[in-house]
Design a protein around this ligand. Structure first.
Ligand SMILES: CC(C)(COP(=O)(O)OP(=O)(O)OC[C@H]1O[C@@H](n2cnc3c(N)ncnc32)[C@H](O)[C@@H]1OP(=O)(O)O)[C@@H](O)C(=O)NCCC(=O)NCCS
Length: 158
């Protein structure tokens, strides 16, 4: 089967899928209200990755990215892909779409924090051109895991 993976703005129909992916992807998932609040947050935007047998009319959400904009910085709050859809380019599609949208809105830098133990995400971001620019000790409650701060200039080629 030929598959298409592409990014699209979040619709209300995507909420339950986002909640399911969130719980499948994080040890301390955001609860429903936090996700609802994030989707309504000003100075923020979100995309879902959709995958479908061609044609794309039957596409379903398989991943999402949450972004906030602060002055000229794009902050990646979360990115996650449904486990069975990983390693097929969904996160790459989400990140590229989000970077393009953030640049359109005036962002010149992308920033994120990631758990120092999250090797998959760290490798994903490194392959996407992000560099570690600092650490934040005791960042993630309750155990106080360290966060790596990663960044990328959006003035460069994606
Ligand atoms: C990190 C995550 C979003 C990657 O999603 P994905 O859809 O599998 O990633 P992609 O298929 O788009 O991969 C893009 C690139 O990253 C690399 N990559 C992705 N996962 C990787 C892993 N586990 N180890 C090494 N490289 C990896 C891919 O090889 C690819 O590089 P390439 O283009 O050079 O081949 C996914 O593993 C996930 O949802 N993890 C749980 C949630 C999480 O930790 N989010 C990040 C913190 S907010």
């Amino acid at each position: 089967m030929t598959l298409a993976v592409f990014s699209a703005p979040v619709s209300p129909n995507d909420l339950e899928t986002i909640i399911r992916i969130e719980h499948a992807s994080f040890t301390q998932p955001w609860q429903r209200q936090a996700i609802v609040d994030e989707l309504a947050c000003p100075d923020a935007f979100q995309f879902v990755a959709k995958a479908a047998p061609l044609p794309c009319s039957q596409a379903t959400a398989v991943g999402f990215i949450f972004v906030r904009l602060l002055t000229d910085e794009m902050h990646i709050m979360k990115i996650a892909v449904e486990p069975q859809w990983r390693n097929r380019g969904a996160a790459r599609a989400l990140l590229l779409a989000a970077q393009t949208e953030a640049m359109r809105r005036g962002s010149v830098t992308a920033l994120l924090e990631v758990r120092s133990s999250n090797n998959a995400a760290i490798r994903f971001y490194a392959k996407s051109g992000y560099q570690t620019i600092g650490i934040r000790p005791n960042y993630y409650p309750p155990a106080g895991e360290t966060a790596l701060v990663m960044s990328k200039s959006l003035k460069e080629e994606p």
